[in-house]
Design a protein around this ligand. Structure first.
Ligand code: IP8
Length: 259
């Protein structure tokens, strides 16, 4: 079985402060993943993480003074994401999870028509060898030489589709998809959401410096990417055991995403 686990940036970072990692959460998540991998030896797992208070903060700072991201921004964003990813990789490796950090900007970019180009050959090679590729949302260069942000969610949907994964898990800092912004007291948690009906919902989620949009924007990236048999869950990775439960297919509070 092939699984992609996307760790939301707000799970691993405190997004209200620049460059703030939730180390204890990261350690707990590493233990949950390690436990799962010990129990399920045949699993092929890919881990992707978001920009958290690293990439998003750096992009936000650049866009304050400039209208577009330039090459100076590109290298600064890429570097900050690599720093975050190294820290995540070190915690996973410490928990005996065999991860190989794959720098997203070296294998992915946008075509002229805005479609995503990913060289997946090496990711598949790692999986074949029992290694867990670790990727992340990043700044990438497009075919027409424009610097763009590739969200970890977009990457997760595309890889899930291309590599025909069985399960795509989005660990976020909320319990799932709501009918309104989760800070709205009337918001209700949806146990299921149809991507074909997503246009019915429109709200923004509050964030200090998020540059890739909230939950709904990122969910729209999934339109056309759910193959038959592929299961997609959105749940709260800040809740203890929830990542382990999602990996193990145990009942959990969250939203199932269907085409
Ligand atoms: O947090 C964004 O990835 P995301 C990556 O998954 C950058 O949307 C560089 C801001």
């Amino acid at each position: 079985m092939k699984i992609i686990l996307k760790l939301g940036g707000s799970v691993i970072c405190d997004k209200s402060r620049p460059f703030a990692i939730r180390y204890s959460v990261l350690d707990r998540i590493a233990k949950e993943i390690a436990r799962f991998l010990q129990e399920e030896k045949e699993i092929k797992l890919i881990i992707i993480h978001g920009g958290g208070s690293f990439g998003h903060y750096v992009v936000h700072e650049y866009l304050r003074d400039k209208r577009e991201l330039d090459t100076e921004a590109l290298v600064a964003i890429e570097y900050s994401m690599l720093e975050l990813s190294m820290i995540i990789a070190s915690h996973l490796i410490n928990a005996s999870i065999p991860v190989s950090l794959v720098t997203t900007h070296a294998i992915a970019g946008f075509n002229q028509d805005n479609s995503l180009k990913i060289y997946t050959e090496w990711i598949e090679k790692l999986l074949e060898n029992g290694i867990i590729p670790l990727l992340y949302g990043d700044a990438v260069i497009s075919k027409n030489n424009i610097v763009k942000i590739l969200s970890g969610d977009t990457l997760a949907w595309e890889l899930a589709y291309k590599l025909q994964v069985d399960k795509l898990l989005f660990a976020t800092s909320v319990d799932g998809v709501y009918t309104a912004s989760p800070d709205n007291p009337n918001a209700k948690l949806l146990s299921e959401i149809k991507l074909s009906e997503i246009a019915r919902f429109s709200y923004t989620t509050p964030s200090t410096f998020d540059v890739t949009g909230g939950m709904l924007t990122k969910l729209k990236e999934g339109i056309g990417k759910i193959r038959p048999g592929m299961r997609v869950y959105i749940f709260n990775g800040l809740r203890e055991e929830e990542i382990y439960r999602a990996l193990r297919d145990r009942p959990l509070k969250g939203t199932v995403v269907i085409p």
